[in-house]
Design a binder for this molecule. Structure first.
Ligand SMILES: C[S@@+](CC[C@H](N)C(=O)[O-])C[C@H]1O[C@@H](n2cnc3c(N)ncnc32)[C@H](O)[C@@H]1O
Length: 201
């Protein structure tokens, strides 16, 4: 019998596109940094005709995610243990991803670490190359300085525009907002998330 790990966690050889993880041509959505798996286990259940890939760099977090996934409820989900950065361009076929979710990316608050931030021009150029026109990118962070940085980076990039009147909103912008473990923890400490929604032009 196939284990949950074998079912959900894919480790394709270098150069094999992640689009091939599903044997159907349903729209493909990607979450970067799935953490303890709240989003990747729940949101895809409300969109059974979409495929979802969670990219998560930490083995410990992959195990957390697996505890929340079930083959009955989450047939449209796969996980990949990878570090995503501008290399995301090599993971997917160009113009093939319908949307991306990034909840609470690591803010790297110290100035000397800013270059480690996920959201910066090289990454956004790569991301744009895998997205279909009008694809949406949903980002949230409770770190207000990183939120302002994220907006600046997206709006500076010719491939993206904000879909919000105010690019930073204090309430969720999805059809169903999944409160993650990290969001809940941070709220307890008085840090409230900022929500952003961008569109691939
Ligand atoms: C602050 S946690 C947030 C987790 C989850 N999205 C949430 O809201 O609870 C950041 C997560 O992203 C993962 N991560 C950070 N940078 C990543 C990257 N470049 N590629 C893949 N995973 C990453 C970390 O291992 C961690 O699980």
């Amino acid at each position: 019998m196939i284990s949950d790990r074998e079912y959900f966690v894919a480790d394709p050889a270098e150069g094999v596109l992640l689009n091939n993880l599903f044997d159907n041509s349903n729209p493909l959505y990607v979450e970067i940094g799935s953490g303890k798996g709240e989003f990747i286990s729940r949101y895809p259940q409300t969109h059974p005709d979409w495929n979802f890939i969670g990219i998560e760099m930490s083995e410990k977090r992959i195990i957390n995610c697996l505890k929340k996934l079930s083959t009955e409820r989450n047939a449209n989900v796969r996980l990949v243990r990878r570090f995503a950065d501008e290399n995301i361009r090599d993971m997917f076929q160009s113009s093939s991803v319908s949307g991306v979710f990034i909840q609470h990316p690591d803010p790297w608050p110290k100035r000397k670490h800013h270059r480690r931030r996920l959201i910066q021009q090289n990454f956004l150029d790569s991301l744009a190359s895998i997205l279909i026109p009008n694809a949406k990118v949903q980002v949230s962070t409770d770190h207000s300085e990183y939120a302002a940085w994220i907006v600046e980076e997206f709006l500076q990039n010719p491939n993206f525009t904000s879909l919000q009147d105010d690019p930073i909103q204090l309430h969720p912008n999805l059809d169903e907002h999944i409160v993650t473990w990290f969001e809940e923890e941070q709220r307890r400490h008085g840090y409230h998330p900022h929500f952003m929604l961008f569109e691939r032009i």
